[in-house]
Design a protein around this ligand. Structure first.
Ligand code: PMV
Length: 315
């Protein structure tokens, strides 16, 4: 039996604008993971999947167009394998459609487990590329930030560009303490991403100007991380939330939670991921953390969790 796992992720700032070539910053959620376990199947059994969290089990032959059947096939082709009898068990602690990267994490765990089973080491870039191709096929125009941060498992600076994205490790002078509040509202990434595209098509000047403001703020956030200036970073997160509201991807639930976090002493708060539902994050201190967690629960968060982004040397 072979197993592998992959982390969830949070976008710290820059979501949506990142689809249009502006920079974004994301970090892995090391403690919240998806897992893939591989067992050899009986001769001729083919490739089977069991995913209790998704309430699904299927075979690649029976559902060849299932996103994970396709990803497994593409991965096996890359590994030089075609006819193979395996059972893959998938499980995930990451809530689905919540902005914490569950899709990228499950895909990455699957690719890693298949590579480990075959005995081939794949570089993070190769793992990310396989998962990206799968996300592209099923989610329209992903920027690639999710699969990249999940495959690299470190905080990154990400800029979408052709032929390959710019990915840089970040210098983080002091650990970041985040509290994540889940609205409990599930929202598929492609819906707000599609709405932003429609808005951008209808009024490109307005949207390009909003994306420029996001890009500027993300650059300042990089400096705030490098110097350990948490109050500045908090103010930038608040400014990013205001821009995301103008971009049209916030929601009353997200705004209730971000407002509650700020009132309880967070340095800043914003939605994280595609929006309309899913999660928000608040930047806190060890002192304000308990009050922010309590305030989020009282404001109706379906789930509250703390996450630390460790300090790094960076590049
Ligand atoms: O909701 P998530 O975690 O899939 O994040 C989507 C991030 C967007 O910037 C909105 C889209 C993208 O592809 O980068």
């Amino acid at each position: 039996m072979t197993s592998a796992s992959a982390p969830g992720k949070l976008i710290l700032c820059g979501e949506h604008a990142v689809v249009y070539g502006r920079p974004a910053i994301a970090a892995p959620l090391g403690d919240l993971r998806a897992y893939a376990q591989i067992e050899p199947g009986g001769p001729g059994s083919g490739l089977g999947f069991i995913a209790p969290d998704l309430g699904e089990s299927w075979t690649a032959a029976g559902q060849p167009e299932h996103p994970l059947s396709e990803l497994a096939r593409a991965t096996l082709a890359r590994l030089g394998q075609h006819e193979i009898d395996l059972t893959v068990r998938l499980r995930s602690d990451i809530p689905i459609a919540s902005g914490m990267g569950s899709g990228a994490a499950i895909g990455t765990a699957l690719v890693r487990a298949l590579a480990a089973h075959i005995g081939v080491a794949l570089a993070p870039e190769e793992v990310a590329a396989l998962v990206y191709a799968s996300e592209r096929r099923f989610h329209g125009t992903p920027s690639g930030i999710d699969n990249t941060v999940v495959a690299h498992e470190q905080a990154i600076w990400f800029v979408r560009r052709e032929p390959a994205p710019l990915i840089e490790p970040l210098t983080i002078a002091a650990p970041l303490l985040l509290v994540v509040g889940d609205t409990g509202v599930r929202s598929a990434t492609r819906l707000p991403v599609g709405a932003v595209r429609e808005g951008w098509r209808a009024d490109p000047r307005r949207y390009e100007a909003l994306f420029d403001q996001v890009g500027e703020l993300v650059m300042r956030a990089r400096l705030a991380l490098a110097t350990g200036d948490a109050p500045l970073l908090g103010a930038l997160l608040d400014a990013n939330q205001a821009l995301l509201e103008q971009i049209g991807v916030s929601s009353p639930e997200l705004e209730r939670l971000t407002a509650a976090a700020r009132r309880a002493g967070a340095l800043g708060a914003k939605l994280s991921g595609a929006g309309w539902g899913g999660v928000m994050l608040a930047l806190v201190t060890p002192k304000s953390q308990p009050a922010v967690e309590r305030a989020l629960r009282e404001a109706g968060a379906a789930r509250v969790l703390a996450a630390t982004v460790p300090a790094t040397g960076g590049a």
